[in-house]
Design a binder for this molecule. Structure first.
Ligand SMILES: Nc1ncnc2c1ncn2[C@@H]1O[C@H](COP(=O)(O)OP(=O)(O)OP(=O)(O)O)[C@@H](O)[C@H]1O
Ligand SMILES: [Mg+2]
Length: 259
């Protein structure tokens, strides 16, 4: 069995709003899975559920065969599950290197006792994360700007930096929420190449983005959400021609200009 993730019949409600409704899909090791759908269709909520920020009201999520119910985001990060956020969370006054240091520290932050006593285990994990971060900075061409303040970098580099910080935790599954949003065509192409390189290293990816050209050219398979429900699933080729998808999303002026 090569399933990395199995999402079975999950639902998530916020008060009267159903953000995810009876959703089932699975993910093979090594895949790039795209999740698309109109604004408010539940894409970010899905990432929040998989990364343990929320628990589902119903259903089950298995990661590497293990039920993730009740596991905190930090615990899931240690099991190899990492994500970036839709809005880039960076310290704009700090340099690239300082951001990586702080970012890896925050993500890898150990348990309360590790934190109090700064244990050997915690120090070792941080050291490893730092080494990984440095390797990925070089891998993605950011090693030339280590000493620059983030606010002076092009937006594309800032997006890369968020990805590097997630990669530094050594994920098997990486989820990127709108990696191409706000990027120009050239920057989107660069991040596409970077994602392909990351996938070549054997890292499985879930991508959410409104840039259809970007998504269609990168994803092996796609899941389409509408009002929290899966309305289609398949290769980019089949998704492009799916009547329900065209009606709900592709035909409605969501051609990629979304921020
Ligand atoms: N923490 C929350 N509290 C209340 N409602 C929420 C919360 N998070 C999401 N929602 C609601 O759940 C629905 C799905 O939102 P979500 O952010 O997952 O959509 P999305 O597909 O990521 O949209 P976008 O493309 O605009 O990023 C929306 O109606 C949203 O208002
Ligand atoms: Mg979103």
């Amino acid at each position: 069995m090569n399933k990395l993730l199995e999402v079975s019949d999950i639902s998530k409600h916020f008060g009267g709003v159903t953000a995810i409704h009876n959703l089932t899909f699975s993910l093979e090791k090594g895949e790039i899975l795209g999740v698309i759908g109109p604004n408010g269709s539940g894409k970010t909520t899905l990432i929040n559920l998989i990364s343990g920020i929320y628990g589902p009201n119903q259903g089950r999520i298995l990661y590497k065969g293990q039920d993730t119910m009740g596991l905190k985001p930090n615990r899931l990060v240690r099991l190899g599950l990492a994500r970036t956020f839709q809005a880039t969370v960076l310290y704009s006054e700090a340099t690239v290197l300082e951001n990586v240091l702080r970012g890896t520290h925050l993500i890898m932050e150990s348990g309360f006792f590790d934190f109090l006593f700064h244990t050997k285990d915690a120090r070792q994990k941080e050291k490893e994360a730092m080494e990984k971060a440095m390797a990925y900075l070089t891998f993605l061409g950011l090693d030339k700007v280590l000493d620059q303040q983030v606010k002076n970098l092009p937006y594309g580099y800032q997006k890369f930096l968020g990805v590097v910080i997630a990669l530094a935790t050594g994920p098997d599954l990486l989820m990127l929420d709108e990696p191409a949003a706000g990027l120009n065509m050239e920057e989107a192409l660069e991040i596409k190449r970077a994602i392909e390189k990351i996938n070549d290293k054997g890292i499985t990816l879930i991508l959410v983005d409104h840039n259809m050209r970007f998504m269609m050219s990168l994803c092996h398979r796609m899941v389409v959400l509408n009002y929290g429900e899966k309305i289609a699933e398949g290769t980019p080729q089949t998704i492009k021609k799916d009547e329900r998808v065209i009606k709900a999303y592709l035909g409605g002026g969501h051609s990629g200009g979304h921020n």
